[in-house]
Design a protein around this ligand. Sequence first.
Ligand code: NAD
Length: 431
Amino acid sequence: MKAEEVKQANHQSNESINLENLSVFERTQQVIKQALGKLGYEDEFYELLKEPLRLLTVRIPVRMDDGSVKIFTGYRAQHNDSVGPTKGGIRFHPNVTEEEVKALSMWMSIKCGITNLPYGGGKGGIQCDPREMSFRELERLSRGYVRAISQIVGPTKDIPAPDVFTNSQIMGWMMDEYSRIREFDSPGFITGKPLVLGGSAGRESSTAKGVTICLREAAEVAGIQIEGARVIIQGFGNAGSFLAKFLHDAGAKIVGISDALGALYDPEGLDIEYLLDRRDSFGTVTNLFPPQLTNKELLVQECDILVPAAIENQITEENAAEIKAKILVEAANGPTTLKATEILTEKGVLIVPDVLASAGGVVVSYFEWVQNNQGYYWSEEEVEEKLEKILTASFHNVYDTSRRLKIDMRLSSYIVGLRRMAEASRWRGWV
Ligand code: NAD
């Protein structure tokens, strides 16, 4: 398929819109609109799916260690529960906004649709800076948030999980608080828990495992051998560092990595084992070396495969034309703007979009919930085998749809991800 054909089929309805100025939320709405249009659904479906069905804003009073009381603002968004309960992480970050939480809940819906999980998307967040809070303050905030949202969440309603700056300890406190409120043990209320509280084997590295599977399948269809392939990974946190390890073990040459402070690049391949050993718990390692490259410079260095695994809006109209990679695998949420997607597609770059590439985490979260519900636990091998099957099938479903309809992989993943939700909404008689 020619890049020009994709451009035309893909963006007929984009012509009058300045794609570069859209917020992440507006960007999501834009692709949802295009995907539903391609599927032939009436406008009512877009009206239903363009916003979450429910958004709860809560104010959480927390007694701080110095005796003062601080009031935090939190959110929980539930995009669509026509297929099943909603599911998605809780983010602790000073920049959390209502709009961001809404967009993230919509992405979760698409991820669950692509991977055929019996869920719709949800997401939560609290405006706070966990790096400036003590362990006990974080516990009180986590428990307060659960008390504030307890009416609308639960193992058969909406199942939270970890996200940016939340971890298994926070999931443990939240599960305990919910169990106390309900007066029975409820491990299925939340996923990403410590193993002894009903967590799943393989959960910690599941996002990177999923990225690795999608990257491997993309390389195969693009005719690139993983062994010896030159890879740049932006971000060396949970997703980026596990990914670097898995790809290094598979024989790829990791030529570039970065963190919030800078980037390292070596065309002969970096010493990944040393870097993994020396990184701190926030995913920082470049500070151990003299300044080399900025993050911006790293993205446009020579490589075969580029993986943004850090933050949003890294590949834009400004730098897309300079990207050298043949495959772009989005481990981070929202790293590429729609205008950059157009530019890269025209250049013939194969994009594996975030909603597909980073779906490994929610798939293993689903496995955790299933194990909690049945009270029977699987080995890491069983978890990995099931993840492998789901993500390989999901990749090819999205890829085949993109070839058949002559559209890029982002639009194709939204088409695959939305179809079941739209159908379920119709069968329920909502539209
Ligand atoms: P993390 O906090 O563990 O690591 C983030 C990494 O990005 C760190 O190395 C940090 O130094 C770096 N970073 C921060 N700001 C940066 C900047 N301005 N420029 C360059 N690098 C910067 O986070 P994570 O869990 O690895 O998540 C990374 C991305 O993957 C996020 O977009 C997240 O939403 C997405 N994601 C993660 C998971 C998961 O299970 N961890 C699941 C789905 C999606």
